[in-house]
Design a protein around this ligand. Structure first.
Ligand code: ISJ
Length: 113
């Protein structure tokens, strides 16, 4: 299911306005978190593959790629009425972790040679 801008959205069992109790809200949050986790896991598979393709630990940090991603994240947050700073913080935290993850994989592979 996608929205008008072509973004994949998770079908809500209840829309926010239809939630009458805290448990109603939490059930929907849990449903979305489950979908987010699956997407994070899928994304991580590509980050791992990227670590296999890169040959130098210094390649792990790609500032141009990161800057372009943050521009897109902030712009799409605006379109989705999400706080841009919150979105940027989430993505920078994710990317920072991935950079260190990639560095570790690349460095370990080089040591093993
Ligand atoms: C996945 C990559 O490696 C790093 C991790 C990134 C990410 O988690 O999106 C983005 C840039 C890189 O610093 C990449 O170079 O595209």
């Amino acid at each position: 299911m996608t929205n008008t801008t072509g973004d994949r959205i998770v079908k809500a069992a209840k829309l926010p306005a239809e939630c009458e109790t805290k448990d109603d809200v939490r059930a929907e949050i849990d449903r979305i978190d489950q979908a987010l986790l699956a997407l994070f896991a899928e994304r991580h598979g590509y980050v791992t593959r990227m670590a296999e393709i890169k040959t130098d630990p210094h390649e792990a940090y790609d500032p141009q790629r990161i800057d372009s991603m943050i521009v897109k994240v902030r712009r799409r947050s605006l379109d989705l009425d999400l706080d841009e700073d919150q979105a940027e913080l989430i993505w920078r935290t994710l990317i920072d972790w991935n950079v260190n993850y990639e560095k570790g994989i690349i460095a370990a592979r080089r040591r093993a040679k």
